[in-house]
Design a binder for this molecule. Structure first.
Ligand code: G1P
Length: 297
């Protein structure tokens, strides 16, 4: 095992893979990217970008693909809309639109073939260079007082090693996730011993599932280049992480807040309800409505 640790430079870059086809969410995703599916009043990927920014990231590379142009338009200025809002003196909305376009320095690259999550992350190699970086899956929303990615960065700063967010799931659900085997080293913190992509419940090393947030050292790119197509014929990030584990220590941090997979219809509805209940404008009215509705069902 190579014990030379990467220099603990501040993490300022994030990669958001957003090239998946969204087949689990058809027909909603037939002509719009799943990352643009709204949750209350924002597209999913805006929550993801906001989490990155709240974690100290100022440079974001979004991995897109064909049919994903709406993502770029969303984070761009829209002069026609801005002119219209100015005419109407709607300064609040105008400021909100301008803020979206200024959230971070956002770059785009296209994954030309649907060759898997690992391949999507590999597309970021040149942009990232020699520093550790964060990965936030573009269709996953996490909620917590301290942003999930920020907590991962904190662990990276302490240990100088890659760290993955995990969460316990019912054992029958492990087949939908990467699953880790870990040794607990602190409260909610594990040193990873092994990890496997979408195991059967019988073969799963635990019920700690990889939830879609990572901080990775740049050695991952070399590992990705060596990773052969795995499950589904795709280059799996989890398989590359396994190679990384042979070279470097890796940690898993248990995330405390809820996490929603917007590619899954029920999870999307739950995210919508939960975030709407937290919303200042509509939360209280919605609470009363839901209570009434459920009383009558
Ligand atoms: C991907 C990863 C998997 C992870 C999951 C989290 O799978 O390959 O390890 O647990 O994201 O959402 P996907 O959902 O893209 O099939």
């Amino acid at each position: 095992m190579d014990n030379s640790k990467p220099a603990n430079k501040r993490i300022t870059k994030a990669v958001i893979p957003a090239a998946g086809l969204g087949t689990r969410f058809l027909p909603i995703t037939k002509s719009q990217p799943k990352e643009m599916v709204p949750v209350v009043d924002k597209p999913t990927i805006q929550y993801v970008v906001e989490e990155a920014v709240a974690s100290g990231i100022d440079d974001i590379l979004i991995i897109t693909g064909r049919g994903k142009r709406a993502i770029e338009d969303h984070f761009d200025r829209s002069f026609e809309l801005e002119a219209e809002l100015k005419k109407k003196n709607d300064h609040a909305l105008l400021a909100e639109l301008e803020t979206i376009a200024e959230l971070a320095d956002i770059h785009y690259i296209r994954q030309k073939v649907a060759a898997g999550l690992g391949h999507a992350v590999l597309c970021a190699k040149k942009h990232i260079g020699e520093n550790a970086f964060a990965v936030l899956l573009g269709d996953i929303i996490t909620l917590s007082d301290s942003p999930c990615t920020k907590d991962l960065i904190g662990i990276y700063e302490r240990y100088g090693a890659s760290v993955i967010a995990v969460q316990p799931v019912p054992i029958e659900d492990v087949r939908r996730y990467g699953v880790i085997k870990g040794e607990q080293v602190d409260d909610g913190l594990y040193r990873i011993v092994d990890l496997v992509e979408k195991p059967t419940p019988e073969k799963a090393p635990s019920n700690l599932a990889v939830l879609g947030r990572y901080v990775l050292t740049p050695a991952i790119f070399d590992c990705l280049e060596q990773t052969k197509p795995g499950l589904g014929g795709e280059i799996q990030l989890t398989d590359a992480l396994r190679l990384l584990l042979e070279r470097e220590e890796m940690y898993a941090l248990e995330a405390t807040g809820p996490r929603y997979d917007i590619g899954n219809k029920l999870s999307w509805i739950k995210a919508t309800v939960e975030l709407a209940l937290m919303n200042e404008e509509m939360g209280e009215e919605l609470r009363v409505y839901l209570q009434e509705l459920l009383r009558n069902k």
